[in-house]
Design a protein around this ligand. Sequence first.
Ligand SMILES: Nc1ncnc2c1ncn2[C@@H]1O[C@H](COP(=O)(O)OP(=O)(O)OP(=O)(O)O)[C@@H](O)[C@H]1O
Length: 348
Amino acid sequence: MLVIYNPTAGRRRIWLLWSVLDILMAHGVRLDVAETTHPGHATALAREAVLRGATLVVAAGGDGTIAEVAEGLSVQHDPAASPQGTLRGGRMAPAATRRPVACHLGIIPLGTANVLAHELGLPHAAAEVAAVLAAGRPVPLWPGIAHGPTGRRLFVQMLGIGFDAHVVHNVSRPVKRALGRGAYVVQTLRELPRYGFARMQATIDGVAHETGGIIVSKGSLYGGPYMLAPEAVPGERGFSIILFGRAGVASALLAGAALPLNMLQRLPGTRRLRGYEITITTPVALPAQSDGDPAGSTPLRIVDAPAPIHVLAGVRGAGSARATGRPAGAATGPGTADGAVAAERLAG
Ligand SMILES: Nc1ncnc2c1ncn2[C@@H]1O[C@H](COP(=O)(O)OP(=O)(O)OP(=O)(O)O)[C@@H](O)[C@H]1O
């Protein structure tokens, strides 16, 4: 197993990382740890691991780190990265670098919001995190891809355009480290008086909608453990699209108050739709955020990734049920948490 650790994520809870790794090693798990040195590094590390034949790559960080690792894992579905296409220095890659049948994603939640970890019902205590990595059940997770002026970006949980993206673009890492999720509240209050709210057009599967703000979500949660789109199933194709009818300071304040009360979905003027291809255009370029990190600006076209990846989740729990759309505890995916799978993972 390769653990990719983002040292800048969240509140730098490195003690949690070391506790998890200690437990795994005490059970004989062979593992490598790689620390990222720059944005995008996790993608390169994960891609290399897949091409070397890894069957489990663990993202130790927040949602942004998970998205980068997921992007790296998606190489296993890329025909251009087939053994014949894997060239090193002009020569064909040796057999050891060929891509395997499947490489799963593991998560050690070390981020600020850890939305996907909440979505999947993942534990936060070291012993339980280690148990999921050793014997968790793989559940499908179907990422989204946003195509924009600066290229494409994969996301695992959600993408937002408008005021929430503006806040994400401007929140500072030291404040996030000091205040955790509270940093977004502070930044929201700072940005509100000076933000120029603008209308935008969202075309969902060919139907145009005028809106004041939009979130395109794979998952049901937003900003941490808060409910946004109960109908969302992260393991399936398609998106839940939340259109905020009104734009302005009062609406943003109302949305901010509704979020921790789990009432965002019932905000007046808010609509939730399902869709598969979303195009967002604006009179002037507006910032976008995906999985809590800056993600360029409009115009954007959002579609499903070509294939799902599989992420290790708890053996039981509501989160797993949400991810798969099946009753909690029902077996799914390419394996189950039986003794053989657990033993194989514990052996590395
Ligand atoms: N060594 C590094 N230096 C600077 N940035 C990095 C480094 N490694 C990764 N990153 C960037 O850090 C960003 C933020 O990481 P991540 O999203 O995991 O943490 P977070 O924002 O605290 O958590 P969450 O998204 O759950 O709120 C990632 O998008 C990644 O591009």
